[in-house]
Design a binder for this molecule. Structure first.
Ligand SMILES: *Cc1c(COP(=O)(O)O)cnc(C)c1O
Length: 434
């Protein structure tokens, strides 16, 4: 890392302030509700509220108040096609055609929907590839999908092991793509370490082996630009409440490659019916000719509305500028940690995130034997991190609202907490919501 240090003064707050003054994404911070007394580093878990998202929710309420049922067609944006419209607005960010993305469901529900469609166990080909470091919900969903098809998760679910406990070797994923595998469902970014996979490479390898492949992009959507269609990905899904700042439990999104449009969804519902004829109310199924077919139920207006405002910000800022700043901030954080001596005794912090930019998502995983107590001590100092079992503090500088001086202050707090020993006063256990 040392050779990347841009300037010998990297460890000074003045240098951080200089970076802020040169930052063209900085003005977007004004659009968010940030707190004076707080540095929020948990936007990878729950993004902050923007004024745009807030206004969009009030506008939706007002239209419900004044339009009633007529809002389905007369509201702006029209409720009837809201999932499709927001899908179109998201498409560019993920490298998709406008009709390949729809805003609907939630992460795990969308995963169920897509796996129920694309997991087609056939003869000897019945396995699903995942990783040993996956987010648990993804694994629970895959286990139950295998059970629904009469399979046995013990043998049919392959969780590719990690060699170092933090990352998964792409070679190992590719080696697992054997003739008995029907489907691969992989994260784009590992939620704990922040490792970013090469989606194009894994997709090519899967297709070469006759395997369909889908990605959980919960930790990359809104942080990393994607080329889902150019990569040939079969399907993907993500939530909108992490980097996309649409509010707790807000409606998620899914992507289905055009090649699969017209395939009957595993879980059909009237909202996925051909929109032109949805209100004919006939019982013969007719898929919408787009990713919209994978919707099940009526769009939940109030938990979708924040995204209307949030996506405005993303379209103005541009995914490339957001990614560029995010990489610069995570690199800066790691550089300042090293320059401040935090990676050596007595501090003993270890960076668990790959340092190569092409292998790094939007957060930095900092490992420490006392991670739970350090996370608590940070919180006591007004810094909001999160803690992930067993030893990881995750810190996410969010390009749209985190300043370089915030990153600098957080690193100094990591140092100060050890210098003063204040973390030793904290409880060791974690909270239920960690
Ligand atoms: C956040 C996250 C989820 C959350 O699932 P919900 O269904 O939205 O509760 C699932 N998978 C991954 C990888 C996540 O990061």
């Amino acid at each position: 890392m040392t050779q990347n240090v841009p300037n010998p003064d990297v460890a000074s707050r003045d240098y951080a302030a200089t970076l802020d003054s040169q930052d063209e994404v900085a003005p977007f911070r004004e659009r968010f509700h940030t707190r004076q007394d707080q540095i929020y580093m948990d936007g990878n878990s729950l993004g902050l509220l923007s004024r745009d998202a807030e206004d969009a929710v009030y506008a939706a309420l007002k239209q419900w108040k004044t339009l009633g049922i007529d809002g389905w067609m007369a509201a702006d944006p029209q409720w009837f096609t809201l999932g499709e419209q927001l899908g179109e607005m998201t498409a560019e960010m993920v490298g998709a055609y406008p009709d390949e993305v729809v805003v609907t469901g939630t992460t795990t529900v969308n995963q169920h929907q897509l796996v129920s469609t694309f997991y087609r166990p056939d003869g000897q080909r019945r396995k699903i590839i995942a990783t040993a470091l996956d987010f648990p919900s993804d694994i629970y969903a895959l286990q139950s999908q295998i059970l629904l098809r009469g399979g046995d998760p013990e043998t049919d679910l392959v969780r590719v092991e990690s060699r170092d406990g933090r990352t998964i070797d792409e070679e190992d994923l590719i080696a697992a793509m054997t003739e008995d595998v029907a489907l691969a469902v992989l994260p784009s970014v590992l939620y704990r370490s922040g490792q970013l996979f090469n989606i194009g490479r894994l997709t090519r390898a899967a297709h070469d082996a006759g395997i369909l492949i889908g990605f959980d992009c919960a930790h990359s959507a809104g942080a990393v630009p994607h080329e889902l269609t150019a990569s040939g990905v079969d399907f993907a899904y993500w939530c909108n409440y992490k980097y996309l700042n649409s509010g707790p439990g807000s409606v998620g999104a899914l992507y289905v490659n055009r090649q699969h449009h017209g395939t009957r969804p595993g879980l059909s519902g009237w909202w996925g019916y051909n929109k032109e004829r949805q209100f004919d109310m006939v019982h013969e199924w007719e898929s919408a000719p787009a990713a919209g077919a994978w919707q099940i139920s009526t769009v939940p207006l109030l938990s979708t509305a924040p995204l209307i405002g949030s996506l405005k910000i993303f379209r103005e800022a541009g995914m490339d500028r957001i990614r560029k700043k995010s990489l610069k901030q995570t690199e800066y954080m790691m550089n300042v940690m090293e320059a401040s001596g935090l990676l050596s005794p007595p501090y003993g912090y270890v960076i668990g995130t790959p340092t190569e930019p092409e292998r790094r998502g939007g957060h930095v995983a900092i490992e420490h034997v006392d991670a739970a107590r350090i996370a608590r001590a940070l919180k006591q100092r007004g810094i909001i991190p999160d803690f992930r079992e067993p030893n990881v503090v995750r810190l996410a500088p969010i390009a749209l609202y985190t300043r370089y001086v915030d990153v600098w202050d957080v690193v100094q707090a990591l140092k100060g907490i050890i210098d003063t020993g204040e973390y030793l006063e904290m409880d060791e256990g974690r909270n239920i919501v960690a």
